[in-house]
Design a protein around this ligand. Structure first.
Ligand SMILES: N[C@@H]1[C@@H](O)[C@H](O)[C@@H](COP(=O)(O)O)O[C@@H]1O
Length: 248
């Protein structure tokens, strides 16, 4: 894993956007894996800003999001489909039919998982996957204990994840209890991974990621087995991990 240390959230967002733009320039038909949450929002804002001035086209780009809440339709403002349209897709010239997010409102959720996995496979896999990091080490919605060989599946969200994501909802009770997520094996099949981490709230998780064992109790630890992972993390997120390295 390569680590790029940046000053703060703003610098992380800029560096991440530059990395993505470089890839889109080189491969205009790139298959991008995208994440939701606060962490990548600034990166997406930078991509939109760049699009206004440089007019890089996203018409041939295909995207696959990591996850979606079960029970929320795409027009529900709390769904990840709505979030992605709102903070990214509606501001680029991307073809909406080329943007994929699991459907959380279908009756056949199990079937949706298989179809989503198959669709990624049909496209030949993801070229560049953007990831955030949950405070408990989750990636996508793969909570601690998720098998490393998991494919797209249904998850029960932990209390800590429901709490962490409650700020997007009116009340915590409204945060769904389940989600569909790409599995850990799905994520690991991506050719390249860009993990973005910012802020003090993530410092314990970063410390465990960099210094802990590879173990299913900490899903992100699997990334150490991937041949091409770049972490862009800010000073606050790296604070504890850096101290631990000095202590050793
Ligand atoms: N499903 C998302 C993840 O994909 C995201 O990486 C994580 C961290 O969120 P944030 O970036 O808001 O800290 O939270 C959510 O649970």
């Amino acid at each position: 894993m390569r680590i790029i240390e940046v000053k703060d959230y703003k610098a992380m967002s800029k560096k991440a956007a530059e990395t993505i733009l470089e890839k889109v320039r080189t491969n205009p038909a790139i298959i991008l894996g995208l994440a939701t949450g606060n962490t990548p929002a600034g990166t997406y804002a930078n991509l939109i800003e760049d699009h206004k001035t440089n007019q890089i086209s996203y018409k041939q780009v295909t995207t696959f999001n990591l996850d979606e809440y079960i029970g929320l339709a795409g027009d529900n403002p709390n769904s990840y489909r709505y979030f992605m349209n709102d903070i990214l897709f509606n501001h680029l010239d991307v073809e909406m039919s080329g943007t994929h997010i699991p459907r959380g409102d279908t009756k056949g959720i199990q079937e949706e998982c298989q179809l989503y996995e198959q669709l990624i496979e049909n496209y030949g896999g993801i070229d560049l996957q953007i990831l955030g990091l949950g405070s408990n080490g989750h990636i996508g919605f793969n909570e601690p204990g998720t098998p490393f060989d998991s494919k797209t599946h249904i998850v029960n969200l932990t209390d800590s994840t429901r709490k962490a994501n409650a700020s997007f909802f009116d009340k915590q009770e409204n945060v769904p209890f389940q989600a569909i997520t790409m599995g850990i094996a799905t994520i690991m099949r991506s050719k390249e991974i860009l993990l973005l981490i910012s802020g003090d709230k993530k410092k314990e998780a970063v410390d465990r990621l960099l210094h802990g064992d590879i173990d299913e109790s900490f899903p992100a630890s699997v990334l150490k087995r991937h041949p091409d992972v770049t972490i862009i993390a800010d000073e606050a997120a790296l604070a504890k991990a850096r101290r631990s390295s000095h202590d050793q």
